[in-house]
Design a protein. Structure first.
Length: 226
């Protein structure tokens, strides 16, 4: 039979969950239909069915009874590490939408993670809008803009921005051919004459240096065929 202390702690956990649900509903209402708020209950008996409450589940396509994202699961893999709140990171849904996410870990009196309060905001359209705004405010006189640059690193950053504008979508939404097109622009613009530029370009486009060089070779072969 459950003793009084266990009973009291159970009531406290129930109150905590009800409070989190209230906060989830409020946050989702404040930020609208693109804002998904999820409450996970961490239970070793059902790790793949952790969601106990969700608002605007259409954002990620999940529902009550589904599991946490791999990013969250990786954080929880070793409780001894005491996972810290993971704030403002980007994730991608199975349909390719980009989410700006934050995961806050809920602990019991012993410090063990018993729940997760997650906020996932769909920023895909905002990223595309940002790209369009950048194109609108970009001056027509490229040479005049270049004269105002301060150092070589600024030049590289500017060329990367131009390569993204050329494709017309954020890097996170680019496919392989679009990345090759952007990198070809950088190559023709002399970006790789900058010291260690290949490291920065590879990191920016989320590819390895080996893949970067293979893209450059692919562009070179296409040019030779023309």
């Amino acid at each position: 039979m459950m003793n009084k202390r266990q009973s009291k702690e159970g009531i406290m956990e129930s109150r905590k969950l009800n409070l989190l649900k209230q906060l989830a509903t409020g946050v989702a209402a404040q930020f609208g239909s693109k804002c998904e708020v999820v409450i996970h209950e961490i239970n070793s008996n059902r790790p793949d069915h952790s969601i106990v409450f969700i608002e605007n589940g259409h954002v990620s396509g999940r529902k009550v009874g589904d599991g946490a994202s791999q990013v969250v699961l990786d954080q929880l893999e070793d409780q001894a590490r005491q996972p810290k709140d993971h704030l403002c990171y980007l994730t991608r849904t199975p349909t390719g939408r980009i989410l700006k996410s934050s995961s806050l870990y809920i602990r019991n009196r012993s410090g063990v993670v018993t729940g997760i309060f997650s906020i996932n905001y769909d920023v895909t359209d905002l990223m595309l809008l940002q790209q369009q705004i950048n194109e609108m405010v970009e001056p027509r006189d490229k040479e005049e803009r270049t004269e105002k640059l301060i150092n070589i690193n600024d030049v590289l950053n500017e060329l990367i921005d131009q390569s993204v504008a050329l494709v017309g979508k954020p890097v996170a939404l680019m496919n392989k051919d679009e990345k090759i097109r952007a990198i070809n622009f950088l190559n023709k613009s002399g970006a790789f004459l900058v010291t260690k530029s290949s490291d920065k370009v590879a990191q920016y486009f989320g590819i390895s240096k080996y893949t970067l060089y293979s893209y450059l070779d692919s562009n070179k072969q296409q040019e030779e065929k023309k």
